[in-house]
Design a protein around this ligand. Structure first.
Ligand SMILES: *Cc1c(COP(=O)(O)O)cnc(C)c1O
Length: 238
């Protein structure tokens, strides 16, 4: 149970982040606020149930297995379970892709040909829904960080465009540690503009986490992935 000495409640933290998003949107001279995806990795399914009761619908998870186990538990916790939209935001193994596309609304971490191919809707699956995907670019020099090297983005975008069942929504990135997020997000905005030259409908930019979402909004982010500022500290390292 929440009590006064616990600090702000989940509802209060959510409200405060929503207010900061509104302020940053106005400050950037934008009229429509970006979409908020609340990242719940490492937290129990009951937290997702609480968020659904508070009106949140977009839930971000970084691991397929963890998402599936929460998805299975959720109907026992809230009648709103079916209202959740699941966004996979972490590195996804190609052998998990088929299972992931069944429940995911979107995958933000598409960064290689093999994953694009694995996420394709198959001819024999007529229930397959169109899956929103973001092409993840790596803003660091470390190839282990996830994301394709920016110079390869247009070619990967073309492959996504010709793959059945995928809707390319835009570009995604995580700002590197040790660099001002403003600089990183400015580079990302440039890459996103180049992406629109080959994929005019891919207008989205998925960027901005708890510590840098205001800078992301200033740089044009359309989808924010915010965890700890809303959920509190993670239960374990993720
Ligand atoms: C964990 C995570 C987030 C959210 O991070 P916070 O700092 O908790 O807001 C956003 N994007 C990705 C890819 C993540 O793994």
């Amino acid at each position: 149970m929440h009590s006064a000495q616990d600090g702000p409640s989940l509802a209060e933290r959510l409200q405060s982040v929503r207010e900061r998003i509104q302020q940053a949107t106005r400050a950037a001279g934008r009229t429509v606020a970006p979409e908020l995806i609340v990242v719940t990795k490492t937290h129990p399914a009951s937290l997702i149930a609480d968020l659904l009761e508070l009106g949140v619908r977009d839930i971000g998870e970084n691991r397929h297995q963890e998402a599936v186990s929460k998805l299975r538990m959720l109907p026992q916790l809230t009648p709103l379970a079916g209202a959740a939209r699941w966004h996979l935001i972490g590195q996804l193994q190609s052998n998990k892709a088929r299972a992931a596309r069944r429940y995911a609304t979107s995958v933000h971490s598409v960064d290689r040909d093999s994953l694009v191919d694995a996420l394709a809707a198959r001819d024999d699956d007529d229930r397959a829904h169109p899956l929103d995907v973001f092409l993840q670019v790596n803003l660091t020099d470390d190839p282990a960080r996830g994301g394709i090297e920016p110079s390869g983005a247009e070619r990967l975008a073309e492959r996504i465009l010709e793959t059945p069942g995928l809707e390319l929504r835009g570009m995604m990135a995580v700002a590197p540690l040790g660099e001002a997020p403003e600089a990183a997000f400015a580079r990302l905005a440039g890459y996103a503009e180049r992406l629109r030259a080959v994929a005019p409908a891919a207008t989205g930019i998925s960027a901005g986490m708890s510590h840098d979402f205001e800078a992301a909004i200033a740089a044009g982010a359309t989808h924010l992935r915010i965890g700890s500022a809303i959920t509190g500290n993670r239960q374990q390292p993720a």
